[in-house]
Design a protein around this ligand. Structure first.
Ligand code: COA
Length: 159
């Protein structure tokens, strides 16, 4: 049996916190799909193509990870690609309520798909994509918060 899982998110942009979850998940599962989805509440800074490009470069050294995108419901996408689990990172207590709602709604929509939570490494517990964008926009150093490829994309955008 191939244990396939999905790590979904907006990745606007991917941060070292996301990379931490990606690398640890890739050790547990046979195949990992990093899936760029759309949160209808968000207006994205990077285009879908840019987010996919950054992620592809980040995972290029792994042979069991692919990057994809999906429209519509996450659980429908999970069923389509035969993934039985969804990975989500938890950084702090503040993430819990939102993540619990997502997980319960996803389970309600498709009880064959389970959500698994992974605690983000404490070094990245205060990082989120919008904060990284804000600091980069104001010229702050984000080199230890994001992979080099993302740092370069941000520099280009704000130059
Ligand atoms: N390290 C650092 N930051 C992290 C992180 C980690 N390990 N995990 C999450 N974050 C941050 C992200 O940077 C992001 O920050 P931001 O809000 O400043 O941009 C924030 O946490 C949450 O982002 P993300 O994990 O990407 O979730 P999301 O809410 O943007 O998107 C989807 C979640 C796309 C998976 C969700 O909206 C979805 O499933 N959409 C499809 C439609 C659907 O099925 N809806 C029903 C859902 S029940």
């Amino acid at each position: 049996m191939i244990r396939k899982t999905i790590y979904p998110g907006s990745f606007d942009p991917p941060t070292n916190g996301h990379c931490d979850i990606i690398s640890r998940s890739a050790k547990i599962f046979d195949r990992l799909i990093v899936a760029v989805g759309a949160n209808p509440e968000k207006k994205y800074f990077f285009s879908l193509e840019e987010r996919i490009e950054m992620l592809r470069e980040i995972v290029s050294e792994y042979d069991n990870i692919e990057v994809a995108h999906f429209d519509g419901l996450l659980v429908e996408y999970a069923a389509k690609v035969n993934a039985v689990t969804i990975i989500r990172g938890l950084r702090a207590l503040s993430d819990f309520e939102y993540e619990l709602e997502l997980a319960l709604m996803n389970r309600h929509l498709n009880s064959d798909v389970d959500t698994i939570f992974m605690m983000t490494d404490e070094r990245y517990s205060f990082i989120r994509s919008s904060l990284v964008r804000e600091v980069a926009k104001l010229g702050g150093d984000i080199s230890d918060k994001v992979p080099k490829v993302v740092e370069n994309y941000l520099k280009k955008k704000f130059s």
